[in-house]
Design a protein around this ligand. Sequence first.
Ligand code: BG6
Length: 515
Amino acid sequence: MTLTQTPSPLREGLRLQVMPEPCNMVIFGASGDLAHRKLLPALYNLALENYLPSGLNVIGFARRPKSNEEFAGDMRQAVDKFSRRSPVKPAVWDNFASRMQYNQSTFEDADGFTRLKALIEQNDKERGTCGNRLYYLSTPPSDYPIIIRQLGAAGLNKPGENGSWARIIIEKPFGHDLETAKELNHLVHDVFNEDQIYRIDHYLGKETVQNLFVFRFANGIFEPIWNRNYIDHVQITISESIGVEGRGAFYEQAGVVRDFIQNHLMQLLCCVAMEPPTTFDADRIRDEKIKVMQAIKPYHARLVDDYVVRGQYGRGWVGDQEVESYREEKDVKPDSVVDTYMAVKWTIDNWRWAGVPWFIRAGKRLPKRVTEIAIQFKAAPHLIFSNAQVPAHEPNILVLRIQPDEGISLRFGAKVPGPTLQARSVNMDFIYGSSFMTESPEAYETLILDCMLGEATLFTRSDEVETSWGILKPILDWWKDHGPPDTFPNYESGTWGPRRADGLIESEGRSWRRI
Ligand code: BG6
């Protein structure tokens, strides 16, 4: 099987119509967790679906010594373990593996980048990669600056020949706070132009997140009620039942704000709250997302403890499994005050959303894995039924389920069959799996392919990243200087987070959804 057959129906009808041009794709940190779990399985699945050009070369760049064959062997194991499609098809794999190369070097060693350049240029001549270069920074964020500088010093920031391209994908978190995000933007802009930079937030590559655009802007019926006149409040939940899964060292630096809130959660919020863009175009969409973030007033430091709740998981039970506390995880300090949970109430001060509270929560070691956006509508203005017939506290809720059980449901009151007039809430459900009978691609598949195609809509722009850090700055500053109001750990694994989070929403007469 060659890598250049007609695309399968999986992606037909989406914005992808064309095969990307051949390129050298260099993965920095190719021995790492992300490359194993996500990047290589994504590339293999793209190859399987015939979305990759035959002239694609994957070059692993990492510290450990390895031959090309050993690198391909490692990647095969990763694909066997983590690909959504298995077993691996030998013909597809052999073709793909023949295009894998390994460049052993530390990131500090300029010679390693000189060797990389020679390899890329040789591939351009001998393997038809046409001067196109795609760099993927899949390393700890502390390595980004040195890699970017070395790429610039070696002249690898420029494409190989006329009409070709050089692009760089930078993983989240982009910066550690507002200042470091600005520094990183500055540094990367010294070497690459903004249109070469693809800041990745894999949530934007999820089918259900992309569907938010379609749901809102391809249907006429929702837009008229998508505002403060009809919506009581919005809840966004990103809940994971897993803990830090061996990434204690990373998490000690990141915490939930840098891992989830600044990126995944803020993006979901923007997709729900933004104004309709004039066109479905990267910059028009990013402009609208930025306007949303600019309308979120950052909390004054003194208000942080009133409107933001932080938590850290203790021991407990998730399902039938007893799990250890965050402080007992590998590479975590036994007295760590790093947050693994955050809840916040935000308001978006513009004409559409004035007065509508947004309750946000995200955390690890909660009872189940679920990401959803719940839009709760205001009650009917005048009830002609008695409270016994139609309970007034049963609101209409539109739930956008990002994962799992991807879909959308609308909750409304319906008459219970029988001679008496009684109502009960029921759901009208759209379920992705049963409506389309097809498996969705992984977010990384969509995003890697988009980058190869030069399609930046699902990536974040420099000002977008800085604006979101700006909202979080007072929270992070306050947390850095002040201990948590509750003693950590303050929630048991397998529960819905600290009690203060309930207080945050209940003080308003509302409550978190019981998911
Ligand atoms: C990553 C976070 O960005 O997203 C992880 O670093 C988290 O902590 C993961 O587990 C969740 O992604 P998904 O696609 O499985 O929801």
